[in-house]
Design a protein around this ligand. Sequence first.
Ligand code: UDX
Length: 423
Amino acid sequence: MKITIVGGGYVGLVSGACFAKTGHDVTIVDVDSSKVGMINSKKPPIYEKGLEEILNETAGKNLCASTGYDSVADSDVSMICVGTPQGEDGSANLAYIKQAASSIGKELKKSLGYRVVAVKSTVPPGTTENFVRPEVLRASGKSVDDIGFAMNPEFLREGIAVFDFMNPDRIVVGSDTEKAGEIIEKLYSCINGDVIHTKTTAAEMIKYTSNAFLATKISFSNEIGNICKALGVDVYEVMKGVGMDHRISPYFLNAGAGFGGSCFPKDVSAIASIAEGMGLDPVLLKSVLKINDAQPLRIVEILENRAGSLKNKKITVLGLAFKDNTDDIRDSRSTPVIGALLSRGAHVSAYDPMASGSMKKIYPEIEYCNSPSDALRDSDGCLVMTEWPEFSELDKEFSLMKSQIVIEGRRILSVEDREGICW
Ligand code: UDX
């Protein structure tokens, strides 16, 4: 099939590349001409395991990128994968969705056959039906007999997004008509995964609910972790026992500094703000966010309890990315931690295998080191914030510190007598 993907970010690029890998003819449209140039020259603008190999195989053959929307008229499916940044009140900003919908609509004026416009971006329930559909129909001058609408959320984890795309737990296809739903299902015919058909609004809600539930599991584990630490019980042992119940499952029960990334904080805030906008009080979702905001600051308090005042002390932060195997620092738990350290007058030295460049834009004033040893030398305290596997091998490096106080925000170290945020 012919597909146009609008938006060459994490979701659009990975989905486009994977659709091309499974044999479709894909055009990725992005306003950023440097990104378009990189994709066409087989260089992924982001790091994703396996992505470069797919670009090498498909770019210039059945995958290309463009700044223009020309491919839309001819595409069986045009898929919107643009960002929905968080507004100040926590709600999702739909400006890019609107732009994409009207540009697709204008091109569809020229189309001859039946076309499907699908939304893959995470959007508030009702957006495809009440916002995208009227905008595309208005701009194209066509009717629902000519264009079908679908909502096909993604569940990709950064770092292993290609694997997740190719091995989905389920494929959610929300559509306004059976015909549109069948065309979207056909896109995935080479991929093994159960398909569930719903209305577009239910598909939008499935995405928010999945992320809200996973975030709830993490905040729940963190609250239990804080209680376990006070009791002197190992929360990882507790959650192992709890997760063996098949009704609970062992995943996403790892206590620590809380969740970051481009999805969980933004999506939980968005769904809470949608609820409040309808006069509801989403107490549970608000608590999930409250626990997550407080958790990183607990590690600074633990450090202060052990090291005393942090004024003029050198504190090492190991790990800046929001999780391991990525250079992404969006909503990383390290950001509020560094902020709290600086506001207490500490000097911060940091190390991350991939994310120093990104963090430099937020905190240019701290010291960025090329190795854990450089960051740890003469330090008065160390906070381990990201679960990078290489940190599990650290041992003698800690003896370079002036005072060997090491506290983990993620359970990763293998040194004895380690202290963690909830253990
Ligand atoms: C997430 C969802 O998993 C994915 O389905 C969705 O489409 C986008 O958001 P991602 O943000 O890439 O993916 O990362 P994920 O691996 O889910 O981790 C999110 C955050 O939760 C990270 O900060 C991670 O460290 C944290 N986390 C995860 C925990 O604190 N404990 C856990 O047990 C699991």
